[in-house]
Design a protein around this ligand. Structure first.
Ligand code: GLN
Length: 199
């Protein structure tokens, strides 16, 4: 199993650390490959789109002429984990909670509308314990940093966790998204859930 990590902006090493542990825990011989351009997509079976700033990552994807190939890669069914800004990029629509519509490059692969910065600015970052469907009963320590919430705009999306009745974790076919940052915890369960989507 070769997992790609989009390497344009945002947390990379934290994902590598958790993925390596998740491979051991799941008994999988996995490899992690940095994805710096569209040719790298040929080398991987699935991909993680990390958090950061979705407008910046989107602009970099455009500059690298990667939007169409990454879009096709995901629509072809390769397991994809989008974290925060990564999840926003996967959305068919995005709006900013305060500003409303902002034109930004999106991959438009998932039937959700991302409402960006829903919980406020950097200084409003927080953590909370979340119950997440498909994981065991133990609550997940979820870290929210300028995080979005997601609204379903078509039928096949399954909400996996909500906070104040807003969706913060969801799945659709080969796509899994969180608005919080599992890579900033010691908890491998989201990464293990992702790894199991390859089986
Ligand atoms: N607010 C950022 C955005 O809109 C996402 C923040 C994050 O990834 N932690 O892209």
């Amino acid at each position: 199993m070769k997992i790609g990590l989009l390497n344009l902006q945002g947390g990379i090493y934290e994902h590598i650390y958790l993925l390596k542990r998740a491979f051991v825990e799941e008994g999988i011989n996995g490899e992690i490959i940095a994805v710096n351009g569209k040719n790298d997509l040929k080398e991987v079976d699935g991909i993680i789109l990390p958090g950061g700033e979705s407008t910046t990552i989107g602009t970099l994807l455009e500059k690298l002429d990667m939007v169409d190939s990454l879009r096709k890669f995901i629509l072809d069914g390769h397991p994809t984990l989008g974290i925060c800004a990564g999840a926003i990029l996967m959305a068919k629509e995005s709006i900013d909670f305060k500003v409303g519509r902002v034109d930004q490059p999106l991959l438009k692969v998932m039937n959700i509308r991302a409402v960006r910065n829903y919980f406020g600015r950097q200084r409003s970052s927080f953590e909370t314990l979340l119950k997440i469907k498909l994981l065991d009963d133990k609550p997940f320590r979820a870290i929210f940093i300028r995080a979005p919430i997601f609204e379903i705009i078509d039928g096949e999306v399954e909400a996996l966790a909500t906070l104040n009745n807003k969706i913060v974790c969801a799945r659709e076919k080969n796509m899994l998204i969180t608005s919080f940052h599992p890579e900033l915890t010691n908890d491998t369960r989201i990464h293990r859930l992702f790894i199991n989507m390859f089986r």
